[in-house]
Design a protein around this ligand. Structure first.
Ligand SMILES: [Cu+2]
Length: 166
């Protein structure tokens, strides 16, 4: 019984991954009737670089046996476009992935199954050690969302945070 459930869950995860890969993507332009473009974006849509944005600096690091984002709690206003400036000041590579808590949970399970999987989605950014990256996101919906580093072991070590959209 349990085994069946796990298989079904894996299938669902694989399905959502293709949504992420082809979903709210800047690669194919914005809007339009792409069948997956509404899914996986409860927390908004990729930002438009032509429009104004507010920059929030998020540092990624290891400290005292932990790994963390600082700040780990971010508040934005509904409708705001945020440019996350991701400063990895640590000695390891990290990533920033934005999503609903359920999405992040599913994605984390998938990362455990496929640890070498790389993300290349508009809602995620990999940042090598001592480097910086940018992620532009338009928060269109009020609610509470999550961000995390899904490199195996990192989220467990503390690399997760909350985004509250008011
Ligand atoms: Cu990390």
């Amino acid at each position: 019984m349990k085994k069946t459930f796990v298989l079904v869950a894996m299938f669902a995860v694989a399905g959502s991954s293709s949504v992420l890969a082809h979903g709210p993507s800047g690669h194919h332009g914005h809007g339009g009737g792409h069948q997956t473009s509404r899914e996986g974006a409860a927390y908004g849509q990729p930002g438009n670089p032509q429009l104004p944005s507010r920059t929030i600096v998020v540092r990624m690091m290891e400290a005292d046996g932990k790994m963390l984002f600082e700040p780990a709690s971010i508040e934005v206003r509904k409708g705001e476009q945020i440019r996350f400036r991701l400063d990895n000041v640590g000695a390891l590579d990290h990533e920033f992935l934005l999503g609903t808590s359920q999405e992040i949970e599913e994605h984390a399970e998938m990362m455990k199954a496929m640890p070498d999987m790389k993300h290349d989605d508009p809602n995620s950014k990999q940042v090598p050690a001592k480097a910086s990256g940018d992620l532009l996101w338009h928060f269109t919906t009020a609610g509470q969302f999550d961000f995390a580093c899904l490199i195996p072991g990192h989220r467990e070590a503390g690399m997760s945070g909350k985004i509250i959209v008011k």
